[in-house]
Design a protein around this ligand. Structure first.
Ligand code: URA
Length: 234
């Protein structure tokens, strides 16, 4: 059992003092009965909590999928640049959201934003070998030497990389699959072959793909099926 103001405020839309105001105006009900104090306790798993007659669904955690544009850093705060959290709709403001993993400021594509530390740890842990797929454009033609080098394990200054997939998709473009996530990894891997990454776009993490109907800069909650795909990583 938890205080009603704490339960409602945890969903992000209202602060605890907002809830106090709603209760004072008689707008909050528990199991159909108007409550008179925001200190009333309830169990969201058992009790029906409603505001203005509309039931609220109490979510323990939030899982958002963002199509990250260029120019945003993967952090909760930054002195110089805009952060990906600035792209999250206002209704989630009360949640302690953070990006699950990093993409460089100039990298675009799939990013998960959540307040579930356990799930984030699971998808990021190097031990889980979760595949991440990127569409890459480089400044020189893609070669078979690069493809072989990626498969054998490119040697970077912080050690040899795990075997990575490189599928040529055009003269200057490739689809790269990584099972680890080191700092600037793809840029450094291509750097070993004298190539500069011009565009980098993440399209998948594990079995979760960036949907083609999610515009750049937009985010939305994961569907049940999408969330299952991430939760399978244990
Ligand atoms: N590799 C990079 O170099 N940058 C990214 O943002 C992701 C993978």
């Amino acid at each position: 059992m938890e205080r009603i103001d704490k339960i409602i405020a945890s969903q992000g839309k209202y602060s605890r003092s907002d809830v106090k105001g709603l209760v004072a105006k008689g707008r909050v009900q528990v199991d159909g009965v108007r409550i008179k104090s925001s200190s009333v306790k309830a169990d969201p798993a058992i009790n029906r909590i409603s505001i203005d007659g509309v039931d609220i669904t109490v979510k323990q955690h939030i899982y958002l999928m963002l199509n990250k544009p260029k120019g945003y850093v993967s952090a909760t705060e930054d002195k110089e640049h805009q952060t990906v959290l600035e792209l999250v709709p206002e209704e989630y403001a009360g949640r302690e959201l953070f990006p699950a993993g990093r993409l460089d400021r100039d990298t675009t594509g799939l990013m998960i934003i959540t307040d579930d530390g356990v799930m984030a740890h699971n998808i990021l842990s190097p031990k889980k070998h979760v595949q991440k797929v990127y569409h890459v454009t480089i400044d020189i033609p893609v070669t078979e030497e690069m493809q072989k080098g990626f498969a054998d394990g490119v040697e970077l200054n912080d050690g040899v990389c795990k075997a990575a997939g490189l599928e040529m998709s055009g003269e200057y473009t490739a689809i790269v699959t990584l099972k680890e996530g080191r700092y600037h990894q793809i840029k450094r891997m291509f750097g070993c072959f004298g190539a500069k990454v011009v565009e980098l776009h993440r399209v998948a993490m594990g079995d979760l793909y960036l949907p083609s109907d999610l515009p750049e800069g937009q985010c939305r909650e994961l569907t049940e099926t999408e969330l299952n795909k991430l939760q399978q990583i244990k």
